[in-house]
Design a protein around this ligand. Sequence first.
Ligand code: SF4
Ligand code: SF4
Length: 119
Amino acid sequence: MNNKIVPFLPELLRHLFKKPATVKYPFEKEAVPEGFRGNVVCDAAKCIGCMICVNDCPAEAIDIIRVSETEKKFKMILHNDRCIHCAQCVDSCPTKAYHMDAEYETAAFSRHDLKIEYK
Ligand code: SF4
Ligand code: SF4
């Protein structure tokens, strides 16, 4: 046996019976820590169209368009390709229409596919 390996043998043997230090991602998805800021999700039924989120979003990632002048109806477009996951919209919304989910695998071939429309 190569004498250079001998000093490392105890360490090597110890690690043979230890659990692996690495995770099996992407084969097994890891749980995210509490407070993790994934994607913004909107409960459109709670929206009153006040536009506070549009004005407060630092990434200009939210568009709200009034679709009916007579009824209070809005269309919201969330540009997830621009979102920086700061959660400012969650804090600003007076009706608590937003929350952030635990998703961290947001990828698409086109940035336009990341657009989410709420009516
Ligand atoms: S999380 Fe931040 S960047 Fe994303 S939509 Fe909300 S305010 Fe805008
Ligand atoms: S802040 Fe809330 S209620 Fe106001 S427009 Fe945005 S989602 Fe709607």
